[in-house]
Design a protein around this ligand. Sequence first.
Ligand code: AMP
Ligand code: GLY
Length: 428
Amino acid sequence: MKILVVGGGGREHAIARALALDRSIELCAVMSRRNPGMARLTARLLIEKETNVRRIVEFATGQEVEYAIIGPEAPLEAGVSDALEEAGIGCVGPSRAAARLETDKAFCREMMNAHGIAGCPRYRVFHDVQGAIDFINGYVGDLAIKPIGLTGGKGVRVMGEQIDRPQAIEYVRSLRGHVVLEERLIGEEFTLQAFVDGKHLVPMPLVQDHKRAYEGDIGPNTGGMGSYSMPDHGLPFVTDEDYRTALAIMKDAVSALHKEGFPFRGILYGQFMNTREGPRVVEFNARFGDPEAMNVLSILSSDFGDVLIHIVEGTLSPSNVRFEQKATVCKYVVPQGYPETPVMNALLTIGEYGGAFLYMANIEERDGILYTQASRTLAFVGLGDTLESAEAIAETAASAVTGHVRHRKDIGTTALLEKRCAHMRELQ
Ligand code: AMP
Ligand code: GLY
């Protein structure tokens, strides 16, 4: 069976590794820069913009690919999924219309509102500068300012946390007033990802990501510095009731899209804020999280290719999906200065990484030597029967990388987890 993977980051390397466990699968991939880790797993590689619909379809049909999975959001928005389907290739990754759940923050909120889906914060959509500014000036409290449209996860600014009112107004001006303004949610964030076949949804273990660049959650927002999950697939600051609420919200979103005539086939990613009043939706994504994909795919024990076929066929059921009862800790190694002033083209060497999984991301290999690029370089995932043992494996591996790079030492530590739990107790 031939499967195409679109994308070339850490997330896609994890997708490729999980698929390559089945020796009968032959992998092809399209990516904008060569990912040396993925290159070793794929029979054919096309270096091309991941939004070049025509070239991707030509490549896929030329290679006689049967199924495809889309990693990042940009190709979804470009309509790669629609075009592959039209060419007869079963695609895991929603149509452009269904992907608006992620690519259009106004669409997401309006849909939740129209279908009475729980967990939607109070929000207002604006398409004019003056209206948005008047709203900000009259608003009592903190606000999240969200550009409408894709920004690579770096576009949300929280007034009252990262910026003050005058800066918020400046920001809205720079966005020409195309924003969703919503109440600031306070709590602990968690990620719930699920496989979705248009109708049925099968959840994956909960994960917590770390967006801030530095230890102790300080510094600028990044694409995600690392993440962890627990052996029981839950998180200690998410109660069973919170979990059921979050899952019901995800299922309602899937039914709403189905009713609207845009069935969602692919990976649905729910970013939740666990607040004093229970889980609220920060956002939905129409794809795996990066890094969160690396946590869950490293412990997927069922055949991933088989799961993809069930998604395409619309026959997905919980019996198709099994995960090992293990903790996972993922740590991204990034260039020094990332995300604002990353040191690029700096040589790095990977040391002894023991039992960790290595996933390559934005890294260049020339004559067998590795160099940093502008974005996240590579990641290690440790697995263990406890969070502590998983963290130790990931930390040892990440510390063994030398060069102008760094990683967050606190991700997955018991101290940080205890801080999360204390924060949640404090809110209640
Ligand atoms: P996004 O680009 O939607 O992933 O948002 C990036 C980050 O902004 C989220 O992970 C949250 O930490 C924060 N954020 C987004 N919306 C809100 C909100 N309504 N309240 C508080 N923080 C938010
Ligand atoms: N880890 C956040 C994201 O993939 O959007």
